[in-house]
Design a protein around this ligand. Structure first.
Ligand SMILES: Cc1cc2nc3c(=O)[nH]c(=O)nc-3n(C[C@H](O)[C@H](O)[C@H](O)COP(=O)(O)OP(=O)(O)OC[C@H]3O[C@@H](n4cnc5c(N)ncnc54)[C@H](O)[C@@H]3O)c2cc1C
Ligand code: FES
Length: 276
């Protein structure tokens, strides 16, 4: 409990670096000691003074406590964050939630959009021991394919294969990220685990394939978050609170919320709205 309370205390820190990833996405780097123990899939709440607080997956943590996050500009808070520069002050709470479990053997990772951030953090840890790691990274077009250099670096490891997909065919395989996944599974090779993070419709398809091929799966979900510690209820899915019980859920847990997963989310008023 003491650990949890400490994690929930806001710490202010200076931005150490800001890097453009593409026209809408930046990587921010700062120091935070409590994030040293963060597991891939866990998230933090980043406070932009005078604006708002947003949940963000942890992209990387170095041994000296240097943390990075990947931030896509989608609304007021992320836009205000994008205007921040080196030495500006931000606030951090976390790390929060349940991360991915680290498995060995043959592993498949399927991600898209900003969902690639926690998967890269995970892949770097898994690649040390995995017999084989196949990472399928998707986007609508090449310009939207995030963390391309990181993914290319990862693909230089002997046990790692990275498959790029774009919907318009401007880079890698043409089509949705789930297509090469389906083809890989159809070839009959046995995998020990599928990890996924990205648009929920994509994750739902990955879940359905994992069910059909009887493979273990963990998926990291996004919902609106305010408190991040299981109190406010804004992140609810079925009987779960994504901030506390997730954001990473097992296949068994997702089966229990099958009617909502990939189908509905809740808006700022708490009303169920269809997932596009
Ligand atoms: C566990 C978790 C991890 C996340 N990791 C990342 C990440 O690594 N990088 C990244 O760029 N984004 C990530 N997000 C999404 C990010 O939190 C939202 O994009 C951000 O909160 C939007 O704030 P805003 O004020 O700029 O936009 P708003 O004006 O509030 O909303 C713009 C759009 O973003 C959606 N949105 C708004 N707030 C949230 C929220 N708290 N959670 C989810 N969706 C929201 C809205 O439905 C709307 O479509 C994550 C969300 C969760 C829950
Ligand atoms: S964000 Fe408040 S309960 Fe999850």
């Amino acid at each position: 409990m003491a650990y949890r309370i400490a994690n929930n205390m806001i710490r202010t820190t200076k931005i150490l670096d800001v890097k453009d990833e593409n026209s809408t996405t930046k990587i921010f780097t700062f120091k935070d000691k409590l994030c040293l123990k963060a597991k891939p899939g866990q998230f933090l709440m980043l406070w932009i003074p005078g604006v708002d607080e947003v949940p963000l997956s942890i992209l990387n943590v170095e041994k000296d406590g240097t943390v990075s996050v990947l931030v896509k500009r989608v609304g007021d808070a992320t836009e205000a964050l994008h205007k921040k520069r080196i030495n500006d002050i931000i606030g951090i709470r976390g790390p929060f939630g349940r991360g991915f479990t680290l498995k060995t053997g043959k592993l498949l990772l399927v991600g898209g959009g900003t969902g690639l951030a926690p998967l890269i953090f995970l892949a770097k840890k898994l690649a040390v021991k995995a017999e084989k790691l196949v990472f399928i990274a998707g986007a609508k077009m090449k310009e939207e394919l995030l963390l391309l250099d990181e993914l290319k670096n990862l693909s230089h490891k002997e046990n790692v294969k990275v498959v790029f997909t774009t919907e318009d065919g401007s880079y890698g395989f043409k089509g949705l990220a789930t297509k090469p996944l389906e083809l890989t599974l159809q070839q009959g090779e046995r995998f020990d685990m599928i990890y996924t993070c990205g648009p929920e419709k994509m994750m739902r398809k990955v879940f359905d394939l994992a069910e059909a091929y009887k493979i273990n799966l963990e998926a990291s979900l996004e919902r609106l978050m305010r408190c991040a510690i299981g109190l406010c209820g804004s992140c609810v899915i079925g009987k779960y609170r994504v901030c506390r019980d997730g954001p990473v859920f097992t296949k068994e847990q997702l089966k229990e919320v099958k009617n909502e997963f990939g189908v509905f989310k809740r808006n700022f008023e708490g009303k169920k709205v269809p997932i596009e």
